[in-house]
Unconditional design. Structure first.
Length: 151
């Protein structure tokens, strides 16, 4: 009686104390339950949090808002709306800043393009912080100058 109890409690890969599925039994999918489920929807506070991060991410260009939009667009309506708005706003200036940074390596006129790149970064950062503060209050934010590139 004690031997069976000991064997059950020390079973590797799927015993009652381990919680995993049995890799030798393809019918037992308990180990991979999460991979078959749909992504869970965000709570209202998480939705607002990710929308805020999408706007605050403008300090790094369009990459954070693009990633947040791609990952969370089906999980929260506010995050989908605001990350799309942030991505549409940050994409053109990010591309311009990349070009300006590349052109800043040219002798003689490179300083001018470096100055333009800094101004673009400041523009993105200031507008992203303003938008992030508004979105954190739960209010949708619309940038004054925004190309609606993705719908």
């Amino acid at each position: 009686m004690h031997e069976n109890t000991f064997k059950e409690s020390t079973t590797v890969n799927g015993g009652p104390n381990n919680g995993g599925g049995n890799p030798r039994n393809p019918q037992d999918n308990s180990r991979f339950e999460a991979s078959a489920q749909q992504p869970r929807h965000l709570s209202p506070s998480e939705d607002r949090q990710w929308a805020t991060i999408a706007h605050f991410g403008s300090i790094l260009g369009c990459v954070p808002s693009g990633i947040i939009h791609y990952v969370f667009r089906d999980r929260g309506p506010f995050t989908a709306q605001e990350s799309k708005e942030a991505f549409n706003f940050t994409l053109p200036p990010t591309l311009l800043a990349i070009v300006a940074n590349l052109l800043s390596m040219i002798p003689i006129i490179g300083g001018f393009f470096a100055f333009i790149a800094v101004l673009l970064w400041l523009f993105l950062t200031i507008n992203g912080v303003i938008a992030g503060i508004e979105v954190n209050k739960g209010r949708p934010y619309r940038y004054r100058f925004n190309l609606r590139l993705i719908d």
